[in-house]
Design a protein around this ligand. Structure first.
Ligand SMILES: [Zn+2]
Length: 302
């Protein structure tokens, strides 16, 4: 079919300029929120995060694999305790992004996180893919997720990380409507920035992530597909370390994403501890939760 025939949709190379400009402009990085200095004269901020997906990775695919669900349960039984022990030993506070279904399956886990001073943020209902949902369903799930986390952990979440960092054209409007302080799912910078929606300031801060700083990329495995871990733990440590080195050199922000059901293993969890030790061997590093970083940059942007 000739796409120029009447009624046929235009192909991307045929789009008029306003069309691709509108797509690009839906959600955009606005003003950079990079402070001239970090609290206490620190040179660098370090924001560690853990996405407690547990069983929801399987459930959101409508999967019922008992084997894969057991891997999710490992996140609760072994992953979280190992991670919390390391964080406690080094007196580091972190952010945990928790799907509502995880919070309902494991309320004690969330209460322990809160009791130990960690932040709990929104991570969807059942790790759904926002870009596949109608607006009303996405909005309803995001609102209900916040309610569940508040009920279980006792504190209203102030930030969201969309499941799989999947962002629909409506996600930002919902986040803004909910009055959330920040999102942490997008990748336009290494520093925090204000999110623009259709060219307008939203007041919502982005604390950017990157697949490079995500353990899942290197370690994921699927028995029935060709997906296998391809980077040894030493290699992953080296990548994370170099990301920190750059942030320290540039007096910026080092943000990291890990998963209890992926990194909470004997042969991998050392990456977290070695990294904290390495970072602590530098002077002037501020460890903070995502919410603390966002509050600080919002108040102190240069
Ligand atoms: Zn996740």
């Amino acid at each position: 079919m000739n796409p120029k025939d009447k009624g046929a949709p235009l192909l991307p190379w045929q789009w008029p300029e306003e069309r691709w400009r509108a797509i690009v402009g839906r959600v955009r990085a606005g003003r950079a929120l990079r402070p001239a200095a970090w609290p206490g004269g620190a040179r660098c901020a370090v924001a560690l995060s853990f996405d407690s997906d547990h069983e929801t990775n399987e459930l959101r695919e409508a999967g019922e694999s008992i084997g894969r669900l057991s891997q999710g349960q490992y996140g609760n039984r072994q992953g979280i305790p190992r991670i919390l022990e390391i964080l406690q030993r080094h007196a580091v506070k972190a952010s945990f992004f928790v799907p509502a279904v995880t919070a309902l399956l494991y309320p004690d886990e969330q209460r322990r996180l809160a009791a130990e001073g960690h932040e709990i943020g929104i991570h969807g209902w059942i790790h759904e893919r926002n870009s596949e949902l109608p607006l009303e369903a996405e909005r309803d799930l995001q609102l209900r997720s916040a309610e569940v986390l508040e009920k279980v952990a006792g504190t209203r979440p102030v930030g969201i990380r969309t499941p799989s960092w999947d962002f629909s054209p409506h996600t930002l409007a919902i986040t803004q409507e909910m009055g959330l302080l920040y999102d942490s799912s997008l990748m336009a910078d290494v520093d925090c920035y204000e999110l623009l929606m259709d060219g307008k300031e939203t007041g919502v801060v982005e604390l950017p992530v990157e697949w490079i700083r995500d353990d899942a990329v290197y370690f994921n495995m699927n028995r029935f597909a060709s997906l296998r871990p391809y980077t040894p733990p030493e290699g992953v440590f080296d990548i994370f370390k170099r990301e920190f080195d750059g942030a320290y050199r540039e007096r910026g922000l080092f943000q990291l994403t890990m998963h209890p059901h992926i990194s909470g293993y004997r042969s991998r969890v050392w990456i977290l501890e070695e990294l904290i030790r390495y970072i602590r061997s530098h002077t002037g590093v501020w460890f903070a939760t995502h919410a603390e970083v966002v509050r600080y940059v919002k108040a102190n942007a240069a």
